[in-house]
Ligand binder design. Structure first.
Ligand SMILES: *Cc1c(COP(=O)(O)O)cnc(C)c1O
Length: 654
């Protein structure tokens, strides 16, 4: 048996096993699957039109792109927009609801122009609008917005310029709402409306008593930084009336945080906000819209539970519950039902984007096998460890583990006291790790593993070094332990045999993925395939389209990765084409962000090289070569990249 592979009695492995193990049926829904050759497939519309993700990578590489790579499946983005709008329309019809759905896309969740354009295009039949939370986002929304039937919702803190910008939008005939987040904004809006002579459309964000749930729960509740309390609502409403702007107040808004795992939280919040809506309506304000904010989740682990990386409801259930609860509260209060707005960002954009990385190395405790026995004058300690490895005494796994523990402790003590030379310590360590490797429980449900051995898979897991930065591409995994599904793009018809965690190429020990999605629990290692020499091994990290791109940072100056935008295309043999691509940052780019100037640095290098040449430390030709290389690298990628001559060929697969 290969000492690097965990033992496992069952040898056959099927595509179904792969789908099950990597959770594709769960988090992937109708959008991801595996073909008979073991390749990961994306189904952008959830139907039979598919793209092999490995083909996209091959094509991107042939176009000169480098890994890591972000792949955007634009058709999948469209599917999500259409689905949300259709499900709301369906719920409205089923409930015989008298209002409409007028969704908006919150730009902050993914601001990339190509993403926003695609969403706008897919949403145009539904009059899908924009939500913005800052001046730059409002400037995007204002300029791109064409359909006067669709809404622009302005949340977030606002200064005079922000309010003025929104008022000019009103002058252009747009339905643009200023949502009041705090009392001081009411005064500002009243004053600027007077100054400009433009009547605004106004909404109130309510600070709900309903506490949020999940990782981003602090967006709501009494200590939230946004929203008006009920006395403030009354005060603000009175001020508007007094200023003659009473009829501008038409919208109630709430947002209980992102990725709300529990549908009960959403129902409660909807009910509470509907009550505010009805009361304001009864106070004589011409209320028209109820905005239920974001929070619609993504089932990252596929468990359909109220675990923080999951959600215990479906998109359909969400739309029905929102519509139903608003309807019943309004019915009871005899208030005409509002048009419903949702600001679902994560649910729209998360699925369309995939991060591709290549495993470029591995770190293993058993990379060097124990030396064959040197029988003569062998240290008794080593002899004992070897006996445990060979199981000469026919002991139980737990017994062997205990014996090995004892021996390795002895070895460490002897080494520290100066009685064990380094060579023999190396023998002892190698034997110890080989024993631990053998004792890793097989993971088969049928075999019972004693508790003390349960941590062994984690301890013995290999580390696969992947060419990417967690801080740039998966910031929420580092910052708030958010889990993303990970799976190989190919070889899924082969049995994976290596328990591994993933480490990135930053010089930061936190730059790693050591928690993985699982339907039942969190996994602490992921079973992957052994690396083959001269054959790249690609991993995909999925559902990364929301928030990650823009919140990523420049830790270690890696920065933005290459990116391709993929469309389905019947006429192409492999079913797709790459329309746009965006280059990641060059070294020169990231140096610029930290106030360095590439030319200046090159000149500083030249001075030193000239000096060394004059001093005969280096030959002139060598000096020129060094300088050329330096200047050339400035234009190159920040991530690991193979030398041209040594580059491994990736052939198109059958
Ligand atoms: C961030 C944010 C959203 C988007 O939330 P998701 O959970 O991603 O849908 C919507 N509305 C407001 C006010 C926000 O701040």
């Amino acid at each position: 048996m290969n000492p690097n592979e965990p033992s496992d009695s069952r040898t056959e492995w099927t595509i179904a096993d792969a789908k099950h193990y990597y959770g594709l049926k769960h988090w992937g829904g109708a959008n991801f699957s595996v073909d008979t050759n073991g390749y990961l497939m994306v189904h952008p519309h959830g139907d039979s039109a598919t793209i092999r993700i490995h083909d996209i990578v091959t094509e991107a590489l042939s176009k000169g792109h480098k890994l890591p790579l972000t792949i955007r499946i634009q058709d999948l983005l469209r599917t999500r927009v259409v689905r949300l709008n259709q499900l709301f329309a369906q719920a409205i019809e089923e409930e015989n609801y008298a209002g409409r759905y007028r969704g908006v896309f919150p730009i902050k969740v993914n601001q990339l122009r190509e993403v926003v354009e695609e969403i706008q295009d897919a949403g145009s039949p539904f009059h899908y609008g924009f939500e913005c939370g800052s001046k730059p986002e409002l400037m995007i929304a204002l300029a791109m917005h064409k359909d006067v039937e669709s809404l622009i919702i302005c949340n977030g803190y606002k200064d005079d310029a922000f309010v003025r910008l929104a008022l000019s939008g009103r002058r252009l005939g747009k339905s643009i709402f200023l949502v009041v987040e705090q009392l001081s904004e009411v005064r500002r809006i009243i004053q600027l409306s007077k100054e400009t002579g433009v009547r605004p459309l106004i909404g109130f964000r309510i600070k709900l008593a309903t506490a949020g749930e999940g990782k981003w729960a602090s967006s709501s509740g009494e200590n939230a930084k946004f929203g008006l309390t009920s006395p403030e609502v009354i005060d603000a409403a009175r001020r508007l009336k007094r200023a003659g702007l009473g009829d501008c107040l038409q919208l109630i808004h709430f947002h209980i945080g992102s990725q709300v795992p529990n549908i009960q939280t959403i129902k409660k919040a909807t009910v509470e906000a509907s009550r505010f809506y009805c009361e304001l309506s009864k106070l004589g304000f011409p209320m028209r819209y109820l905005d239920v904010g974001g929070g619609l989740g993504i089932d990252y682990d596929g468990s359909r539970s109220n675990f923080e990386s999951s959600m215990n409801y479906t998109l359909r259930e969400y739309t029905r519950d929102v519509v139903y609860n608003i309807k019943s509260i309004c019915q009871d209060a005899e208030v005409p039902p509002p048009d419903i707005i949702s600001e679902s960002g994560r649910a729209i954009v998360a699925p369309h984007s995939i991060l591709i990385t290549e495993v470029c190395d591995r770190i293993s405790k058993t990379s060097v096998a124990p030396r064959a026995s040197a029988t003569t004058k062998c240290n008794p300690l080593i002899r004992d460890l070897r006996a445990i490895l060979n199981n000469s005494h026919n002991s139980s796994p737990l017994e062997r583990y205990h014996d090995a523990q004892q021996k390795i402790e002895e070895a460490n003590n002897l080494f520290n006291l100066g009685y064990l030379p380094l060579k023999e310590k190396a023998d002892a360590d190698a034997l110890y790790w080989a024993i631990c490797r053998e004792l890793v429980p097989s993971g088969e449900a049928s075999t019972y593993a004693p508790e003390e051995l349960e941590s062994l898979p984690r301890v013995m897991a290999e580390q696969y070094v992947c060419n990417f930065s967690v801080f740039q591409s998966l910031i929420d995994h580092w910052a708030c332990d958010q889990l993303f599904p990970v799976a190989p793009l190919h070889r899924l018809n082969e049995k994976p045999t290596v328990d591994a965690t993933l480490v990135d190429i930053t010089c930061d020990s936190e730059g790693k993925i050591s928690k993985f999605t699982d339907v039942e629990d969190v996994r602490h290692s992921l079973r992957l395939h052994p690396l083959k020499p001269k054959e790249p091994y690609y991993l995909g990290v999925f559902l990364v389209g929301a928030y990650q791109d823009i919140m990523g940072d420049l830790h270690n100056l890696f920065g933005r990765v290459d990116e391709v935008h993929v469309f389905l295309e019947d006429d192409e043999e492999d079913g797709f084409y790459i329309e746009d691509s965006i280059k990641g940052f060059t070294i020169n780019d990231v140096l610029g962000f930290t106030q360095y100037d590439g030319h200046l640095l090159t000149r500083m290098m030249k001075k030193q090289i000239d000096r060394a040449t004059k001093a005969d430390q280096i030959k002139p030709r060598e000096g020129t070569r060094m300088l050329d290389e330096y200047a050339h690298l400035l234009k190159g990628p920040t991530y690991l990249s193979e030398d041209k001559q040594r580059q491994r060929r990736t052939k198109k697969q059958p």
